[in-house]
Write a protein that binds this ligand. Structure first.
Ligand SMILES: [Zn+2]
Length: 285
């Protein structure tokens, strides 16, 4: 049971399922340590593929947003993060997808409007710590890039009393962490996953310095070991049934593969003190 005066962690994500994949371990660690945790999704994930076992894509696609809202609620229950929060935009799809041009998409949203919506949430939820993605949106998806930009601006704007006075009293977020992928961890996955009979989603480059995706270790502030939370992180991920084919990378992989891919979470800290990597929550709240 969370105390009324418990500090709040607010995670800002682009689509339902990102919260579990990218930050599920830290959300669980925070909830276990008595924090109040909340997750806002900028879109409903309407452009995702329908690949869930037993799902007819033709039948599910028109109501995918609704299906993913229910999946999100189930995942957040496992993560202990309360009811889902929504920014109210549509999924823009990957780069080049027709969804990029949808005027209701997050990518096409008026920037100030998106920031204002998030400022209202920040002032209401009063988070001590906000988490979103690194400047590349971890892997370049337009909605992830937008989530990064909107969150950085909203954290600044929420603290300025003269901006959006109708959204409530100004609120100063103490720390802002950006979820990223470590190049050395990607290189290790690319080297070791084939040994376990699995193809790495990041290709076969095993030299961290030759990778274009991910962040060099020197630019990472925090690597959090979430192996103790891995069972629940995977259970939360598997609530996103519509997104997970039976042969999906995230379903049914051996424990050692899941540990390699999802057992650590890397962050860059953009605001607030850099904390002891062995205790990501120390020194806050
Ligand atoms: Zn996403």
């Amino acid at each position: 049971m969370t105390r009324d005066d418990a500090p709040t962690l607010l995670a800002v994500h682009a689509h339902p399922d990102d919260e579990a994949i990218a930050t599920g371990g830290v959300l669980l660690q925070a909830a276990d340590a008595g924090w109040r945790t909340r997750v806002v999704s900028c879109t409903g994930g309407e452009r995702g593929e329908v690949v869930g076992e037993g799902m007819d894509p033709e039948e599910v696609r028109p109501r995918l947003g609704e299906v993913r809202r229910a999946e999100q609620a189930a995942a957040l229950e496992i993560l202990g993060a309360g009811e889902p929060l929504w920014l109210g935009y549509r999924d823009s799809g990957m780069v080049g997808d027709p969804g990029n041009d949808d005027p209701a998409s997050f990518w096409r949203a008026p920037f100030d409007e998106a920031v204002e919506r998030l400022v209202a949430i920040i002032r209401r939820e009063r988070p001590t710590l906000v988490i979103t993605y690194d400047a590349f949106g971890i892997y370049g998806h337009p909605d992830h890039l937008q989530a990064h930009r909107v969150t950085l601006c909203a954290v600044e704007a929420a603290a300025v009393p003269a901006l959006q006075p109708a959204a409530g009293p100004a609120w100063e977020v103490s720390a802002l962490d950006l979820a990223t992928l470590s190049r050395s961890a990607i290189a290790q996955m690319n080297r070791m996953l084939p040994e376990h009979g699995t193809v790495s989603p990041f290709g076969d480059e095993t030299d961290p310095d030759a990778l274009e995706v991910g962040t060099p270790d020197a630019a990472i502030d925090l690597v959090v070991d979430v192996r103790a939370q891995l069972d629940r992180k995977l259970a939360a991920l598997r609530q996103h049934h519509s997104q997970l084919a039976l042969d999906s990378f995230f379903v049914g992989v051996p424990d050692e593969v899941a540990e390699l891919a999802l057992g650590t979470e890397a962050y860059q800290r953009r605001r607030g003190a850099v904390v002891d990597p062995r205790d990501p929550l120390a020194g806050l709240g």
